[in-house]
Design a protein around this ligand. Structure first.
Ligand code: DUC
Ligand code: ZN
Ligand code: ZN
Length: 469
């Protein structure tokens, strides 16, 4: 592979902002400097006028994921290609333990499916059955398999939920083995009661998904997870935080020095619960968990990004088609037509994170470019044991680099996206700022609208310690 030089770009990391050249060789960044000499064997990419940012790190995706009777619509091949077009070169995706089985078997199954990845991928493991053997297996996953984070659900009783004792026991093992527990924080049993009540009253439309998952119950579970993690002495990561009440608990704990971190997602930052008022079944497109909240919650999330109480923006890319075809009912929101509780929970987003956050966060909400890079690349890489291999542009780091045009205005539309899903949450939205080129470990994989990568070129990333703040 010929050495590559990116010339004259404005390099933005979480802490830097300067103009220089970057020489990439042997998958890594070799040299950063002014006027790097270029021999005839070197491939040159001119980047004057462009931002040069580290490849995005998205630590929350569900590719080819079984969720009850549904399955998410992207394969690892299509989902990672979509990620690449969105400027993301590393994913941490979810493997899962099936009840009665070892989490090691869940990881093995995930590795089979992940072979078609086009960008680098790591795995968290979802624990659904916290037995003594599971606790032993966690140690093996951390030390031998490079899996240093686990997700546990406080929601979905009878399906994915673990009780507080299971949560506590898993946290204790994570805490004493340099790993971290990620929690889906919603009070599952109370929400279940609300769902049953709504259905018995004949409320079946997608809007009831939002009405039965109140922000108070996200706040309650977040507070409980934090307290349990304090007792267990484990770092904690709250996934997909959407509500003011949850953020208040995170902020209060962080003020006391508790090692809790949290992510939010673009859909909570740019959309509100008004989407559930769409006619017919259209609101099903927005059925993700937690649901979209009011503008007042959204403002608090932006405040959390500014104050540092939210550290990460990830996508929770968990796509289900709106129509039954072309992939079939199993992959479709139609599973819940006539019963909102059966609509598969999740939405696409892996391809639109960087442009949305650049346009909304930098151009409109006044976050700095450094902060945008920190939220979408550096902080997740640090929290999940990937830094400095991933998450920055530095000599010796993987040459995962994005050339981004800060001035190009374009319109998001599903027909031009690369996921297998048939809609986007942001159809017709005009954004300024566009991914132009993407390099994965020194190889050009996205060149404008051209795909230059290939399935299977993504590596598994063996992660180090998670939860370091
Ligand atoms: N939680 C997720 O993180 N993703 C999809 C569904 C869910 O409840
Ligand atoms: Zn979740
Ligand atoms: Zn998720």
């Amino acid at each position: 592979m010929a050495p590559i030089v990116i010339k004259n770009g404005r390099i933005i990391t979480a802490v830097d902002d300067y103009t220089a050249d970057i020489l990439m060789e042997g998958e890594r960044v070799q040299t950063i400097g002014r006027d790097i000499p270029v021999g005839p064997d070197v491939e040159v990419h001119e980047a004057a006028g462009l931002l040069v940012v580290p490849g995005g790190v998205d630590v929350h995706t569900h590719l080819d994921w079984e969720f009850g009777s549904a399955r998410s619509a992207d394969t690892f091949g299509t989902g990672t290609q979509a990620a690449a077009f969105g400027g993301t070169t590393t994913l941490v995706d979810f493997a899962d333990q099936k009840r009665g089985q070892s989490p090691l078997a869940g990881l093995e199954d995930w590795h089979q499916r992940a072979q078609s990845s086009c960008v680098d991928v790591g795995a968290h493991v979802i624990l659904t059955d916290v037995t003594d053997q599971t606790l032993e297996d966690m140690k093996t996953l951390i030390a031998r398999e490079g899996v240093s984070s686990f997700k546990l659900f406080m929601a979905y009783p009878g399906v994915l939920m673990v009780d507080d004792a299971g949560l506590f026991r898993a946290m204790r093992v994570a805490g004493s083995n340099h790993a971290m527990v990620c929690v889906h924080a919603e009070n599952g049993p109370v929400i279940q009661a609300l769902i049953e009540e709504a259905l018995s009253q004949g409320h079946t439309s997608p809007k009831s998904h939002m009405l039965t998952r109140p922000s108070l119950m996200e706040g309650e579970a977040t507070h409980r997870a934090i307290r349990i993690s304090e007792l267990a002495q484990s770092p904690l990561y709250i996934v997909h935080l959407s509500a003011r009440e949850a953020l208040v608990s995170v902020a209060e704990a962080r003020d006391r020095g508790v090692p809790v971190s949290a992510e939010t997602c673009p859909h909570y930052l740019f959309l509100t619960d008004e989407e559930y008022d769409r006619p017919g079944f259209d609101g099903a497109k927005y059925v993700m968990t937690p649901p979209l909240r009011t503008q007042a919650h959204q403002q608090e999330l932006w405040r959390g990004l500014r104050t540092g109480n939210l550290q990460v923006i990830s996508t929770d890319h968990c796509p289900f088609c709106f129509q039954e075809q072309p992939l079939g009912m199993k992959y479709s929101k139609r599973l819940g037509y006539g019963d909102f509780s059966k609509i598969p929970n999740g939405a696409p987003g892996v391809e639109t994170r960087l442009p949305l956050v650049f346009d909304g966060g930098f151009r409109q909400m006044g976050l700095s470019l450094n902060r945008i890079v920190e939220l979408t690349s550096t902080a997740p890489a640090k929290l999940f044991g990937l830094f400095p291999k991933k998450g920055t542009i530095a000599v010796g780091s993987d040459a995962d680099i994005v050339l981004f045009d800060p001035g190009e205005t374009w319109t998001i539309t599903a027909s031009e996206q690369h996921s297998r899903v048939d809609y986007t949450l942001f159809e017709g939205r005009s954004v300024t700022g566009r991914v132009k080129k993407v390099f994965l470990r020194g190889q050009l994989i996205v060149d404008g609208t051209e795909w230059r990568g290939r399935e299977g070129m993504g590596h598994f990333v063996f992660r180090g310690e998670s939860g370091k703040v």
